[in-house]
Design a protein around this ligand. Structure first.
Ligand code: FAD
Length: 476
């Protein structure tokens, strides 16, 4: 078999690192290691870039951007701009998505090539002695040996009993992101980050959406005030939101399917979009004789430095039981490679990872929520400022949402270090940066108060929320 550098790889080549999986975790490990001068091979069964580039972050955000443009045009009249009532040609948006993805994919492949990373296309599995066998699906097996091996095989969609994925009535994110036309009506099962992004995007583009979440509220991992902003906005925009209810199954009929939920409720729609989390892709990854351990759900067990139970074998990204986010995969990859380099890395601080959710209104946060802090018995002070009083928010016409800052309460009652920053509203996925930095830096409101924010910007709302915690807020 030939690798991407054209070399014959029929013999068992040895690399400093063999990475199985070329998604964000795997390619970040490869790029970082190659940048540090190590020889690296990446085994990828599909396309480098993984879920994030081909079936996740990038495609989803591209469609959400289409929804944003649609809303802007639909609301143009308020600004004195007379555009016709917009209509959606989703096939054009699909083509644009493919163009964006193709461009990024090409860039990634060039970058890997320029760092002299060998890419071997095929399904990899790890055996004893760090031997990785790669099956190209056409009867050819290549063997590679890594002085170290990094498992980065990622995750795959999953569904619920009663909702078999058929690509016709029951879709997952994989199928939705490949559509050329949006359905007229849909049930989205699951009100987490991905479910809310899909519900928001489809509703903005004309699909009648019913959103079903088993837990008592949408975005269960988020601060309650932030989740409430999203729930209110969804309801105002016509999304039929049901929380705290079980979903029982669906019954296909003539062209539509009926979903049963709650005590005795049902809704008949064109499609069901199941968005209930992802499962680790570890089936067939390990051959007998490796000491690598999987937990009951199939995640690869690792320590804080991403080491598995087998010496010299690491695992990063969605295949380990940590937040399933591309940037977490990047960070874990760096930790693993630094450990391989003997550089004494700092483990990823999962409690303070930044989260960005691109539904409308957007959500972004880092650190502990108010409820989680109180549940943990921490004494906290909280400051909330709404975008409704932000001049820039009024100018851009997006006044929904708030910034909420949670700080430790000092014995004298003053606010100590920031524990959490939670935002919902316009462009908060871009605005979170200073909040995320402050939480990770363990900054106090007094540390931050002297730093000024430009006026008029949306970022002033965070500045005000922090200033209020010093006891001397300017505007509230
Ligand atoms: P993956 O990206 O899944 O990559 C794993 C790679 O390994 C794949 O290319 C696969 O083909 C390959 N592979 C698997 N098994 C083998 C094998 N045995 N041999 C060879 N190759 C193998 N995260 C964010 O941070 N921000 C977002 O906005 C965001 N939005 C998302 C939206 C959607 C709809 C989805 C589904 C996910 C989203 N995510 C987002 C999550 C993000 O995509 C994942 O956290 C990220 O892709 C995980 O990276 P990974 O490298 O661990 O795994």
């Amino acid at each position: 078999m030939a690798d991407t550098s054209g070399r014959d790889t029929s013999g068992p080549d040895t690399y400093d690192i063999v990475v199985i999986g070329g998604g964000p975790g795997g390619y970040a490990a490869a790029l970082y290691a190659a940048g540090a001068g190590l020889s690296v091979a990446v085994v990828e069964k599909d396309k480098v870039g993984g879920t994030c580039l081909h079936r996740g972050c990038i495609p989803a955000k591209q469609f959400l951007e289409t929804a944003s443009v649609f809303r802007t045009v639909a609301g143009a009249k308020e600004f004195g701009v007379n555009a016709e009532q917009p209509t959606i040609d989703f096939a054009v948006s699909q083509a644009r998505k493919q163009k964006v993805v193709a461009q990024l994919w090409k860039g990634l492949q060039s970058l890997m090539k320029s760092r002299k990373i060998t890419t071997v296309i095929g399904t990899g599995s790890l055996g004893p002695g760090h031997l990785v066998q790669v099956d190209d699906g056409a009867g050819n097996i290549t063997e590679l040996t890594g002085r170290h091996v990094i498992l980065a095989s990622g995750s795959a969609v999953r569904t619920l009993p009663g909702f078999e994925i058929d690509g016709r009535f029951v879709l997952t994110s994989d199928e939705v992101l490949a559509l050329d036309r949006l359905p007229g009506s849909a049930v989205v099962v699951g009100g987490g980050a991905i479910g809310c992004e899909f519900a928001s995007m489809m509703s903005d583009l004309g699909t009648q959406v019913t959103l079903l979440e088993a837990l008592p509220r949408l975005l269960p991992g988020c601060d309650a005030d932030v989740a409430e902003v999203v729930a209110r906005s969804f309801k105002r925009r016509g999304i039929d939101v049901h929380t705290g209810i079980p979903v029982h199954g669906h019954q296909p009929g003539e062209g539509q399917t009926t979903v049963r939920f709650g005590d005795d409720e049902s809704v008949t729609v064109d499609v069901v979009v199941v968005s209930v989390g992802r499962r680790p892709l570890s089936d067939g990854l390990l051959k007998d004789g490796t000491a690598v351990e999987l937990d009951q759900r199939g995640f690869v067990a690792v320590d804080g430095l991403m080491r598995t139970a087998e010496d010299g074998v690491y695992a990063v990204g969605d295949v380990v039981n940590t937040p399933q986010l591309a940037h977490v995969g990047f960070a874990e990859a760096v930790v693993a490679v630094q450990d391989i380099l003997g550089e004494d890395p700092i483990p990823v601080d999962y409690a303070n990872v930044p989260w960005a959710i691109y539904c409308h209104p957007e959500v972004a946060f880092a650190g502990v929520s108010e409820q989680a802090a109180r549940d943990a018995g921490r004494d906290v002070v909280v400051s909330k400022h709404r975008f409704a009083s932000s001049s820039r928010a009024m100018i851009v016409g997006e006044t929904e949402g708030l910034v909420k800052v949670i700080a430790e309460k000092m014995p004298d009652g003053r606010a100590g270090k920031l524990l959490g920053v939670h935002m919902a509203g316009p462009w908060v996925t871009e605005q979170l940066a200073e909040g995320w930095l402050a939480v990770n830096w363990e900054a106090t409101p007094d540390d931050m108060a002297p730093f000024i924010h430009p006026h008029p910007t949306l970022s002033e709302t965070f500045g005000e929320a922090v200033l209020t915690l010093t006891g001397r807020g300017l505007h509230g």
